[in-house]
Ligand binder design. Structure first.
Ligand SMILES: NC(=O)c1ccc[n+]([C@@H]2O[C@H](COP(=O)([O-])OP(=O)(O)OC[C@H]3O[C@@H](n4cnc5c(N)ncnc54)[C@H](OP(=O)(O)O)[C@@H]3O)[C@@H](O)[C@H]2O)c1
Length: 326
């Protein structure tokens, strides 16, 4: 098969379409012809040599896909050849074919294209896991979502709205309109405004119940400040740095704060299956009624993968960048 390969770790230009062995499904797997995949920051880090795939995962980049089933493992009875599926991968999505466990594959919500379906798995599963499973966000609560126009941010905003929570986001100014359209009560331009002051003012000093953060070190102290009583923070990335020189533990006790750092790629197959099935229960009818939308920034042909990576690394995207596998 053809796949996007790497001459060596480094620049986007090091990627090229070359020949690779077609994966073979095990007894419990489907073989899928990939129609579309989507970019994740993990891919750009992997390309640079800073994020080795977990043991056993394909060394090809790509954490999600949408496509059509072309063959079934011997013990697969819940799918048929020709079914349209999407799902999470621990690698291998930048290719013509992938294999996926029969219970991890998800049917494409009715009415959605392959490109739209490829924009769902990674960010909606991450956001659902963070907001619902970990933070246990409830109706009427306040949530602060950093990087509100990111792939994960745009999914988190829609999930928060569906729960009936009140969302605040940080994002660069040009991305505010999308965040407000997706349900944010207020968008804060973190480049010119102090998000701590803005949140405390907006909530009459009460603070928020939940913070979803990707920026880490430079936001850590302020996140603690904006969390209210019994506040929960979910840390999903370290985009701004990983070391906090000094912080005060007292607010953790006074406000009974919980901080959880989470990942998705390294979770067990069983965990990913349960999460995927729970997300389908929660979200699939919402996608079909257009209450939820995969937010797509741009669709590229996979021959333009270098341009696509550069766009993400320049923080230009709002929502997901898609690669069409042609
Ligand atoms: N732990 C997990 O389970 C998990 C799962 C999926 C993704 N992730 C991670 O979550 C992060 C977001 O992923 P994504 O695919 O949604 O990203 P994305 O669509 O590429 O968006 C990231 C956005 O973050 C903002 N940003 C970047 N650096 C920033 C900084 N230093 N300060 C403030 N804002 C900054 C930028 O938007 P502005 O223009 O608004 O600044 C950028 O466009 C990535 O680091 C990814 O690896 C974690």
């Amino acid at each position: 098969m053809k796949a996007i390969l790497l001459k060596e770790f480094g620049l986007p230009e090091n990627m090229y379409i070359g020949d690779w062995e077609t994966p073979q499904p095990t007894d419990q797997e489907l073989l899928v012809k990939v129609k579309a995949t989507a970019l994740n920051r993990a891919d750009t880090m992997q390309r640079q040599g800073n994020y080795p795939p977990p043991p056993g995962a394909s060394t090809i980049m790509g954490l999600e896909f949408a496509g059509e089933v072309v063959a079934l493992g011997k013990r697969v009875s819940n799918w048929q050849v020709g079914a349209k599926v999407c799902g999470l991968l621990s690698g291998g999505g930048y290719a013509e074919y992938v294999t996926i466990h029969k219970d991890l594959a998800m049917p494409i919500p009715k009415g959605l294209s392959f490109e739209e379906a490829a924009a769902i798995p990674e960010v909606f599963l991450t956001a659902y896991q963070a907001l619902i499973w970990i933070a246990k966000l409830k109706e009427g609560e306040n949530i602060l979502i950093h990087a509100g126009a990111s792939g994960v941010g745009t999914a988190a905003l829609q999930i928060a709205k569906a729960v009936g929570a009140n969302s605040y986001v940080t994002a660069s100014k040009g991305k505010h309109e999308t965040c407000l359209r997706l349900g944010a009560t207020q968008a804060i331009d973190y480049k010119t405004e102090d998000f701590e002051a803005a949140i405390l003012e907006a909530t009459n000093k009460k603070g928020v119940d939940v913070v979803i953060d990707f920026i880490a070190a430079p936001y850590f102290q302020k996140n603690i400040q904006v969390l209210g009583l019994d506040g929960r923070m979910v840390l999903l990335a370290l985009m701004g740095g990983m070391k906090v020189a000094q912080f005060n533990l007292l607010p953790f006790f006074i406000k009974r704060i919980q901080v959880t750092a989470s990942t998705l790629r390294s979770r067990s197959l069983d965990y990913k299956i349960r999460l995927s099935q729970d997300l389908q229960q929660f979200a699939w009818s919402k996608f079909e009624s257009k209450t939820f939308q995969p937010v797509i920034d741009r669709v590229y042909d996979w021959s333009q993968v270098a341009e696509a990576h550069t766009r993400m690394e320049n923080n230009e995207n709002i929502g997901k960048i898609i690669l069409k596998i042609t």
